[in-house]
Design a binder for this molecule. Sequence first.
Ligand SMILES: CC(=O)SCCNC(=O)CCNC(=O)[C@H](O)C(C)(C)COP(=O)(O)OP(=O)(O)OC[C@H]1O[C@@H](n2cnc3c(N)ncnc32)[C@H](O)[C@@H]1OP(=O)(O)O
Ligand SMILES: N[C@@H](CCO)C(=O)O
Length: 398
Amino acid sequence: MEWQFSADTVPSSFVTEAQARSLLGKPPATGAWRDGDPVGSRRFLHVGPLRFEAGGSLGAVRIAYETWGELSPSRDNAVLVLHALTGDSHLVGAAGDGHVTAGWWGGIVGPGLAIDTDRWFVVAPNMLGGCQGSTGPASLAPDGTEWGTRFPYLTIRDQVAAQMAFGDRLGIDRWAAVVGGSMGGMHALEWAIEAPERVARVAVLAAPPVTTADQIALNSVQIEAIRSDPLFRSGDYYDADDGPTRGLALARRMALLNYRSPAELNLRFERAWQSEISPLGAGGRFAVESYLDFHGNKFTRRFDANSYITLVQAMDSHDVGRGRGGVAAALSRVTARAVVVGIDSDRLFPVEGQRRIARHLRHNIDGADPVVLESGYGHDGFLIETETIGAQLDRLLD
Ligand SMILES: CC(=O)SCCNC(=O)CCNC(=O)[C@H](O)C(C)(C)COP(=O)(O)OP(=O)(O)OC[C@H]1O[C@@H](n2cnc3c(N)ncnc32)[C@H](O)[C@@H]1OP(=O)(O)O
Ligand SMILES: N[C@@H](CCO)C(=O)O
């Protein structure tokens, strides 16, 4: 266990596209990261122009993605895996540039695993608005500077529209399965509702049919934590030497409280006190505070604050029933064979949401019920409980 971070640590920030281009010796103009260019194990495709629900638009959109396995000659074995709020395209460790990283679903995707890459062609895009290669607020606009606050307001449906255009460019008319957890589960649900003819199977893990007032409230204090950091500079911080790392780290601490369960935190950290690194002499911190600080600070090195706000607001927009006659009517459009998984200790997206989804799906493999996993890990159980989550995906794909 490492203890090197304190609440006062000022971490180095997320690396923007402009900085990355400079490090790679690429000219600071927009247009690099051409279609098919590999960067590590990532590739890129451009789609667009796209118009968005709230009225904004983007002339061109870059989608970063990774794939595993082989597409069959009849193109009928493609599985789309959609990541959660702060995830990315990197499902499985790869040695693209000699650097091996674990990937966020390494226990689920791979040869002989639940999503068996000897059988399925697995595609994982980074979502529109993100900051791991796809176009987002930290990407360069046509004028060569970051979009920043000029980036359009996005909804979950806008992000799925971008994923559909991406699927078109890949030449995949129909997915053998669309799988997503948390925010990725919102996307998966939208796919199955909006384009039932393109989705043979769908897995919705730890995601709700609508983002509730309670969940919007949890998101709103996180957004405010970022905005109230003076270094946020109303969103125009890309040219500054320092950014809103303190506000972003605080937002992540708040979010983490909803990602884990009270029982886990109590069991794991108890009232343990640590004073080894205290800057206060006689002071110190509770171990759980140190844990939150650690994750808050670590997060600022991989995520952009404007992107975080864009994605959280997209989650707030989620309501499968909007303009479709309500939740039940929307869900009744789904023709895909489905599995819906909830986690009993999830305090972010409680099981009641998954019950509501399962109740209205015509081809849910468990009838009117979701699968409810018993796990102490809370919402993050869909990332941690790979054996039990894998078993449910296995049932769907069998
Ligand atoms: C699809 C997607 O959602 S992708 C995004 C998923 N990734 C994330 O969310 C990134 C943040 N990470 C996490 O939330 C978690 O690591 C998970 C969900 C991925 C995995 O959970 P766990 O295996 O339970 O990891 P846990 O939350 O215990 O974190 C472990 C880290 O906390 C550190 N830690 C644990 N206790 C303490 C403490 N008291 N003080 C400081 N640091 C601590 C550990 O040293 C370890 O550090 P490391 O990441 O450098 O190895
Ligand atoms: N740990 C996940 C939780 C949200 O589902 C993430 O950061 O994306």
